[in-house]
Design a protein around this ligand. Structure first.
Ligand SMILES: C[S@@+](CC[C@H](N)C(=O)[O-])C[C@H]1O[C@@H](n2cnc3c(N)ncnc32)[C@H](O)[C@@H]1O
Length: 321
């Protein structure tokens, strides 16, 4: 039974607004019912909107952040057995589906990146706006913190990381400042330590522009959480788990991520990704999907004004053939 799904849907959950909500639900065609996997359930905004489209819809919600998962479970308890939550990395999708005894699914959603809960929880160490230990792990039960990573890597490795994941042209100067601080016996341990090291290296910047440490924080967060690792493989695996006419929707928040999403979807649509000089295709492109978004869908002016964090969002989707 189809249910009404109005406008932008549930606007906020303690300040959190799901990005591109209406567009994502339309792209997933969630009103058809069946199993949907929300690979990044976060606070459950998109999951709730999916569940509201039809009483025949079920959602398997995955998140690597146990705290977010707990909040989503509470929020979505009213949907009973139609919502199930699993603590895992979405790159473990095959195992998660097998354990949950869910076969081919009608839709898969990945709303990549960090949640507002993570950014706004001072103790998580994601933001230079709050003084905290430099942690940045989405899954606090495992892995190395950002401070540990900066304590272990060489100056060149730090510079390469900040350049590659933050697209920061002043990465060498910043890496030097971080390592100098370590050599003086005061390794960068907190968000303030890192923001100050960046400011020492590149200045305080122009107040009207982004904070000078923005790119460095982004780079570290991507590295700590391995955000780009196997993203392409995850997309291929998500498509493998879709039934025919199943839909995939991916929302990304920075160009590095979006590039991987775009290229992987093109390859899955059968478009060869090999360099033009190669005489023969070796990338293995085979037509498995039809791309539904020739250009990425981006938030309209109103959404950007109401939710500045949505500004960099890009939604891409595909239909399995
Ligand atoms: C942008 S938020 C999702 C917000 C969600 N769509 C909502 O409406 O509340 C991204 C979430 O994905 C989770 N996440 C990021 N990478 C993940 C991964 N590889 N595996 C599982 N969860 C991941 C983060 O912990 C975060 O909670």
């Amino acid at each position: 039974m189809a249910m009404a799904f109005g406008g932008q849907g549930p606007k906020s959950h303690k300040g959190h607004r799901p990005v591109l909500l209406r567009e994502t639900i339309e792209l997933l065609a969630a009103e058809r019912g069946g199993w949907f996997v929300d690979c990044t359930v976060g606070l459950g905004g998109h999951s709730e909107a999916i569940l509201q489209t039809s009483s025949d819809t079920q959602v398997l919600g995955i998140d690597r952040d146990e705290k977010a998962l707990g909040l989503a479970r509470r929020r979505l308890a009213l949907y009973g057995s139609r919502f199930r939550a699993v603590h895992a990395d979405f790159r473990e999708l095959t195992r998660v589906l097998a354990t949950a005894k869910v076969g081919q699914v009608r839709g898969v959603l990945a709303d990549l990146g960090v949640s507002s809960l993570q950014l706004d929880s001072p103790e998580r160490g994601f933001s230079f706006r709050h003084e905290a230990l430099l942690d940045m792990r989405m899954d606090m039960s495992r892995g190395e913190t950002a401070a540990e990573l900066l304590g272990r890597l060489s100056e060149v490795e730090i510079a390469n990381l900040i350049f590659a994941y933050g697209e920061e042209p002043r990465s060498r100067r910043i890496a030097r400042a971080i390592v100098q601080q370590r050599e003086r016996g005061h390794p960068v341990a907190t968000t303030t330590d890192l923001a100050q090291a960046v400011e020492r290296a590149v200045g305080k910047g122009n107040k009207r522009r982004i904070h000078p440490a923005t790119r460095t924080f982004q780079a570290l967060r991507i590295a700590v959480n391995g955000e780009l690792e196997n993203l392409d493989r995850f997309i291929v695996s998500a498509v493998d788990h879709l039934e025919q006419a199943g839909r995939l929707a991916v929302i990304s928040f920075h160009s590095l991520e979006d590039r991987i999403v775009k290229r992987t979807l093109q390859k899955l649509a059968g478009r060869c990704q090999c360099p033009p000089r190669l005489p023969k295709c070796i990338c293995g492109a085979a037509k498995k999907v039809e791309i539904l978004t020739r250009r990425a869908i981006v938030p309209g002016r109103q959404e950007q004004a109401e939710n500045p964090r949505s500004r960099s969002a890009k939604l891409r989707g595909a239909n399995k053939i």
